[in-house]
Ligand binder design. Sequence first.
Ligand code: 13P
Length: 248
Amino acid sequence: MKKLIAGNWKMNCSLEEAKLLIADVINGVYQNQALQGDNEFVIFPPFIYLPTVRHALGNHTFISFGAQDCSPHDKGAYTGDISASMLKDSACTYAIAGHSERRKYHCESNADIKAKAEQVIKNGMTAIVCIGETQEERDGGRAEEVVQKQLFESLPAGAHARNTVIAYEPVWAIGTGKTASETDILMMHSFIREALEEKLADAENMRILYGGSVNPENGPGILKTPNVDGVLVGGASLKAQDFLAIAG
Ligand code: 13P
């Protein structure tokens, strides 16, 4: 299975910066044949730059793109929301559901995230469902319990390995430079795999990504860790060279 190297730009970049960044990512991937064979790249720009990224990518097939969020609703009077069918119309193939920043700043519950992920898969895209414990929860010895609850309650009905990806992003590792150790990642990803096996027939094929201060130094090692099927990168995805160096 190819490794999924996902870049979450979050709320960064001017329009000009977004154009330059996607152009640099495209050039970097095309200049390095080795990157193309082993990896699938996905870019998550802010909603407003989706058409820019789509236009820049044209017919390129090694890089896809998606949205950082989507509405839990089909359509209607939901000011400010973007529906999954709009994302599909805009040629997105992925959408993230339940990033910890959405859970924290927008008070999204597991039920909200499940509804969002269900919209994503209903519209023929792949949902990336994010889960992860806080520092306090880890210190309290509750990391696995919290992660399992989030996983089971956020997993969309009808999830299978081709329409859903899990991203394990410990909150304490996001944007802090404090990456989880390879041992911690191995243990949690194995735990998530086993939990998925309780629920899904094809759990062994479901991709589990790690996210949280991934950079060119730690990325290649993390990607070699068993049960790590890719990475979800924030800060380091804003520099094409760093983003691509993560893939090796
Ligand atoms: P950082 O890579 O900046 O820690 O962000 C991770 C993340 O939240 C990706 O979704």
